[in-house]
Design a protein around this ligand. Structure first.
Ligand code: HEM
Length: 357
């Protein structure tokens, strides 16, 4: 708390600025209870978005350093955990909106004009901060386009546009995370050290060899057929393409594979907790998007949205978006612990037991 806050003898209402906050729900327009609830749910989401942006900015800033302090990793995991809980809370909050009947919504819907969640700039802000690319959005959509047009006549929109464009010029969370993972010591080999490239290549090739052998061991299984063989071969080619995009080893993906494959190593405990926290976060975002679509389908069926999109179909398409693609992708190419390449330099990772294969 700042000195100013400490010295002031607050009342509850003053501290939370309740008189100002409680004037913002539009009663002066003579709105119904249904509409007030619609506004309050939106406002609470936007307040949570504000908190989400603050949490994710801190995580991005922690990871966006050449030397990430080990002390900061548990802190990032805490921030990510809080963000995930907010998304879970928001996913449940749709059920409050579902108390709005289709007719109750239609009664005030026309009054919204073209206003739509589509214009939520805080949502765009955290999507950009996380690293959602336009080419990964439905139809390569540019969600900033609307603000560009509006900014020509509207100074408020111009401020939002500047903020979003500035953010687009900054490192995203996914980029910061992947450059941190890229520096993971692999089999005790230090990033950019003399023989690192060879060591990493040996590790990746040993993993791929084992992956191939495992696939081949399934060729002869009772329910195998040529379609199955084809799928197994495609799966193996997928593993090669993942680890060697354009024929060159991706050290960040190799690092990710190493962390996921040898998760029990003490030195890898926090890196894997961080990765798990990110996966959990993205999963909670996807579920939140999905439950928005279900709520919308229930209240307004398949009509078009006030923002002019196809409505439910558009929202369902957004639940296919993935930002941390490599974190999901690596899961497809893992092999069982018994088959993973023998660990080298185990002592580097604080591992003393001889039991690790
Ligand atoms: C009865 C309630 C609601 C209905 C019927 C509804 C409907 C829709 C529809 C149809 C869209 C697609 C864009 C469009 O064409 O308008 C949309 C987008 C969106 N809505 Fe809602 N919505 C509701 C409540 C909310 C609430 C409470 C929030 C909280 C902030 C919200 C946030 C958003 C956001 C952020 C988008 C953009 C999604 C994206 O582009 O990925 N919506 N909504």
């Amino acid at each position: 708390m700042s000195e100013d806050v400490e010295s002031k003898n607050w009342t509850y209402g003053d501290y939370l600025q309740l008189p100002a906050l409680l004037k913002l729900q539009g009663e002066e327009r003579g709105i119904s209870n249904d509409e007030m609830h619609f506004i309050i749910v939106h406002q609470t989401f936007e307040l949570w978005f504000k908190q989400i942006i603050a949490e994710l900015t801190e995580v991005r800033d922690i990871l966006n350093k050449d030397n990430v302090s080990e002390l900061d990793i548990p802190l990032s995991v805490d921030h990510l955990g809080r963000t995930t809980e907010i998304f879970r809370l928001m996913a449940n909050q749709w059920s409050v909106l579902e108390t709005l009947t289709p007719q109750g919504f239609l009664a005030f819907r026309d009054g919204l004009g073209t206003a739509s969640g589509f214009e939520s700039y805080q949502m765009r802000e955290f999507e950009i901060l996380l690293g959602l690319k336009n080419e990964d959005r439905l139809g390569g959509m540019d969600p900033i386009e609307g603000f560009r047009k509006a900014a020509k006549n509207d100074p408020g929109a111009a401020i939002i546009l500047t903020r979003l464009e500035e953010l687009m010029g900054q490192k995203t969370l996914v980029e910061s995370l992947m450059s941190w993972i890229e520096r993971t010591p692999i089999m005790g080999s230090i990033f950019a050290s003399e023989n690192d490239e060879d060591n990493v290549e040996d590790y990746v090739n040993a993993h791929l060899e084992s992956h191939k052998r495992h696939g081949e061991s399934l060729y002869g299984s009772s329910n195998s057929n040529s379609k199955m063989t084809e799928r197994i071969n495609m799966g193996h080619q997928g593993a090669i393409d993942f680890l060697k995009p354009n024929g060159e080893i991706s050290r960040s993906r190799a690092g990710l594979l190493f962390i996921e494959s040898y998760r029990e190593l003490p030195l890898l405990t926090w890196p894997r907790k961080l990765i798990d926290a990110i996966v959990e976060l993205e999963e909670s975002i996807v579920k939140w998007r999905h439950s928005h679509a279900r709520m919308v389908e229930r209240i307004m069926g398949r009509r078009i949205g006030t923002g002019g999109s196809s409505g439910v179909d558009y929202l369902d398409a957004t639940s296919k978006y993935r930002i941390f693609k490599d974190l999901w992708g690596v899961r497809t190419i893992l092999i069982k612990p018994q088959n993973r390449p023998k660990l080298k330099n185990g002592e580097f990772y604080g591992f003393n037991s001889k039991s690790l294969i």
